[in-house]
Design a protein around this ligand. Structure first.
Ligand SMILES: Cc1cc2nc3c(=O)[nH]c(=O)nc-3n(C[C@H](O)[C@H](O)[C@H](O)COP(=O)(O)OP(=O)(O)OC[C@H]3O[C@@H](n4cnc5c(N)ncnc54)[C@H](O)[C@@H]3O)c2cc1C
Ligand SMILES: NC(=O)c1ccc[n+]([C@@H]2O[C@H](COP(=O)([O-])OP(=O)(O)OC[C@H]3O[C@@H](n4cnc5c(N)ncnc54)[C@H](OP(=O)(O)O)[C@@H]3O)[C@@H](O)[C@H]2O)c1
Length: 272
């Protein structure tokens, strides 16, 4: 893990009654577009694997916060996030400069639909992501409940460039370094990365990987998505979500929610 070393005094934030304040523990920069970081877990903070929460920094008059998927599983002692760097983005132009010891704000109420509760029982769980849409699936893939609930757990991640494949080595190694789920993951977990704008072993978009069977290679069951056995979680751009929701509904899948579990669930990885 590449961890930044401190070169300046930590940036501390004034207390705000609407938010928790948490210390940054480490920061890892993947490339000029992406970084990960972790914060201390406030003792009062509970969440379900796959949920998102508001995080941010001080703003002009009130905190400047944005929605972020928590990349850690629900039992974790530290809370990890995977972030884009938007160069002129109000939050991430500043958030990308955080260092260990700095404070960040975090909302008190996590929420979201990419949770096990929003899906009916099934045999194979397919988590399809583009870009930072991987983040909620990093949480779920480390949750033992996912492996007891499903026979097969599949993460597909589509990015533009090879260096955008955050967590590639950990995922490609079937989470072998994670003692809590390593045995289950060795037998049940499958990772299918694809890079659409540079040479790589897979270069097609996710839809094409479903059509040509790549998504199902080496996985027991049909080489197609079947609402009887399969459950699907989608996280990516608005366009990706719209396209896949249509494709799934055409194949008989029904969108689920916390109140009404279904056979697939969606969440936008960002707005815009
Ligand atoms: C439910 C939900 C969960 C989210 N989870 C995450 C997460 O885990 N990690 C994360 O980095 N962002 C996530 N986002 C996006 C995040 O809320 C912010 O948009 C992002 O941090 C940029 O903030 P900003 O103020 O710098 O720019 P903004 O003003 O928020 O965004 C400016 C523009 O940058 C682009 N953009 C913003 N976020 C992304 C992104 N993630 N990937 C590609 N392009 C983007 C869009 O074109 C957007 O219009 C999530 C958004 C939602 C709605
Ligand atoms: N590497 C970069 O240049 C880079 C990296 C991160 C962020 N950004 C900036 O952030 C914004 C979003 O970039 P991003 O790379 O995170 O997201 P993105 O443009 O959504 O691309 C991520 C992946 O999703 C694929 N994809 C896009 N739409 C799809 C759809 N409808 N169905 C299936 N797959 C789809 C892309 O394939 P295609 O390549 O075929 O479109 C790519 O593999 C951009 O505006 C960009 O400026 C750029």
């Amino acid at each position: 893990m590449t961890v930044t070393t401190e070169t300046r005094a930590p940036a501390l934030l004034p207390e705000n009654p609407a938010f928790l304040t948490a210390k940054v523990l480490w920061v890892r920069h993947w490339n000029e577009h992406l970084f990960s970081f972790a914060i201390e877990r406030p003792a009062s903070f509970r969440f379900r694997s796959g949920e998102f929460v508001m995080i941010g920094l001080a703003g002009d008059k009130k905190p400047l916060v944005r929605a972020y998927s928590i990349a850690s599983p629900h039992y974790a002692e530290e809370l990890e996030f995977l972030s884009i760097k938007v160069q002129d983005g109000p939050l991430t132009s500043r958030l990308q400069l955080i260092q260990p010891g700095d404070d960040i704000y975090m909302g008190k109420k996590p929420t979201g639909t990419l949770v096990l509760d929003a899906l009916l029982p099934g045999k194979r769980l397919f988590m399809l992501s583009t870009g930072t849409g991987l983040a909620p699936f990093l949480s779920l893939m480390r949750d033992p409940d996912v492996y007891s609930g499903y026979d097969k757990v599949v993460i597909a991640h589509s990015v533009r460039r090879v260096s955008d494949l955050a967590y590639h080595d950990e995922l490609d190694g079937k989470l072998a370094e994670d003692p809590l789920i390593a045995d289950e993951a060795a037998a049940q977990f499958h990772y299918i990365p694809t890079v659409t704008r540079e040479p790589f072993r897979n270069t097609k978009r996710l839809g094409a990987l479903i059509d040509d069977g790549t998504l199902f290679a080496g996985i027991e069951g049909a080489a197609a998505l079947d609402p009887k056995t399969d459950r699907v979680m989608l996280c990516g751009s608005t366009e990706m979500i719209r396209d896949f929701a249509k494709l799934l509904e055409e194949r008989g899948f029904v969108e689920g929610s916390n109140a009404n579990p279904g056979t697939f669930v969606i969440e936008r990885a960002f707005v815009g």
